[in-house]
Design a protein around this ligand. Structure first.
Ligand code: MF3
Ligand code: CO
Ligand code: CO
Length: 257
């Protein structure tokens, strides 16, 4: 699909700020509900009602290319795009909840990891290092930097820690459309790829596996899992390139990068 990178106007940036903030509020709202015994479809229901009724926004995943639910829930070895269902969360699970809302025609896209009960040492380490990878990627962002610099930073940090970066899915430009150009790869070489310009908005959303990087698509057509069944983690923010750096549009109130 031909689509060029959009540079947002000040008006559009303000709308992106609003959409990003609303998406982050969904993750804050759902946190106390994420406990052993709740199913992922119950989490979907709570988020759906909150987005529609409280935020007066639209859950972007619902019916997006046929996706049947309002949020993505990916548990343990599920990498991304997990479909909420009757699976009950249990002690030791790790869960990614990915929220995308549309407000006033603009999208905000963000995800975070949740630990159910007490995580294993391996799971805690994976989740923490994936957050660190996202943070390092974001800290690269400023005009003149290239996309390959971001990817390289993430990949080298992850691989130094003996984990792997998923290659088949990437971050993306975002605005009036859910997925715009450019593609934001979470691996790459310094000084390659598109140069960042103030006014660009895109996501960074590394998927990191505790084992090998290879993934498989389940027969449901959506859920992506690790081929070797190793644990996988992901964190996502929507970022604006500013004149001298970045602004994280989906920052949560208790979060600092
Ligand atoms: N929120 C995901 C992303 O970060 C995309 C989900 S598409 C869906 O790009 F259809 F699965 F919802
Ligand atoms: Co995204
Ligand atoms: Co997302």
């Amino acid at each position: 699909m031909a689509m060029s990178v959009t540079i947002k106007t000040p008006d559009e940036i303000e709308k992106m700020r609003v959409a990003g903030k609303l998406a982050s509020r969904v993750l804050e709202m759902i946190e106390p509900h994420v406990k052993p015994g709740i199913s992922t479809q119950e989490l979907d229901h709570i988020c759906h009602e909150y987005i529609v009724n409280e935020l007066q926004a639209i859950p972007a995943p619902l019916n997006y290319r046929g996706f049947p639910k309002s949020i993505c829930t990916s548990v343990n070895h599920q990498v991304c795009h997990g479909i909420p269902g009757d699976r009950m969360l249990k002690n030791g699970d790790i869960l990614n909840i990915d929220i995308t809302v549309i407000k006033d025609d603009f999208h905000g896209d963000t995800s975070k990891m949740f630990m159910i009960g007490k995580p294993t040492v391996l799971a805690q380490r994976l989740v923490d290092l994936t957050y660190e990878a996202l943070s390092l990627g974001i800290q690269e962002v400023k005009p003149g930097v290239m996309l390959g610099d971001i990817g390289h930073k993430i990949q080298s940090f992850v691989e130094k820690n003996r984990c792997s970066v998923v290659r088949e899915y990437c971050g993306h430009g975002i605005g009036r459309a859910f997925h715009e150009d450019p593609q934001v790869l979470h691996y790459g070489k310094p000084n390659t790829g598109m140069e960042l310009q103030a006014g660009m908005t895109f996501t960074i959303e590394p998927m990191v596996n505790a084992g090998k990087r290879n993934v498989r698509l389940l027969p449901d057509g959506w859920t992506v899992v690790t081929k070797d069944h190793s644990l996988s983690a992901q964190w996502e923010h929507t970022v604006l390139v500013t004149d001298n750096g970045y602004e994280v549009l989906t920052l949560r109130s208790n979060e600092s990068l």
